[in-house]
Design a protein around this ligand. Structure first.
Ligand code: LTN
Length: 186
């Protein structure tokens, strides 16, 4: 059993139109989970940059997904709905995790293989490191429950691997130092 208080976290990318499949697959589950525990639902715009860095309407699409969350019945007074890029700690923790996770782990992700296609060497490093950012989203809040579709299961397993390696390799060192190395303290 997790020693942490039950907390649901999930994210939806603002790119790609919100369609029925999206709604049925994800948001409906999000709405139901509100009755059981605290929930954090995030519009993960930084994830959208892995496919295309400059979007004409990322802001509009971010607002659309947020509107869909609210229209579907997610209650922002009881739970948290927010935009990933507004909380810079997601990118900061993702960088730490980039230094924990192994490149080989990332190459094994089926979503990376599908999206990168044949010209792997030409895929962005962001696309490869995508699961590291997803792990940061989840572990930043010590979320205990992460509702996702089948296609994200492998990324969730990788999140567990990153957390385990981080704890195994660094928890004693961090305890000895008192803090995780923080450049602002130098
Ligand atoms: N990769 C997910 C979106 C996502 C996510 C997350 C889901 C990003 N960060 C954290 C759950 C938890 C997707 O494409 N559906």
């Amino acid at each position: 059993m997790s020693p942490f208080k039950p907390l649901v976290f999930s994210g939806v990318q603002p790119t790609g139109n919100l369609h029925l499949g999206n709604y049925l697959g994800a948001i409906k589950k999000f709405v139901a989970l509100q009755e059981q525990s605290d929930c954090i639902y995030c519009v993960v715009d930084l994830h959208s940059l892995t496919a295309q860095l400059v979007h004409q309407d990322l802001g509009d699409q971010t607002r659309s997904i947020t509107a869909a969350f609210l229209a579907s019945g997610i209650d922002p007074k009881k739970h948290i709905v927010f935009n990933q890029s507004r909380v810079m700690q997601h990118a900061e923790l993702a960088w730490i995790f980039n230094c924990v996770a192994r490149i080989g782990w990332m190459y094994r992700m089926t979503q990376f293989k599908d999206k990168a296609g044949k010209d792997r060497e030409n895929a962005s490093l962001g696309l490869l490191a995508y699961p590291s950012l997803m792990a940061a989203d989840i572990l930043l809040y010590r979320a205990t429950h992460v509702p996702v579709g089948e296609d994200q299961k492998q990324h969730l397993e990788l999140t567990r691997d990153i957390a385990q390696k981080f704890n195994n390799d660094f928890s004693e060192k961090i305890a000895a130092l008192g803090v995780l190395h923080d450049p602002r303290l130098v």
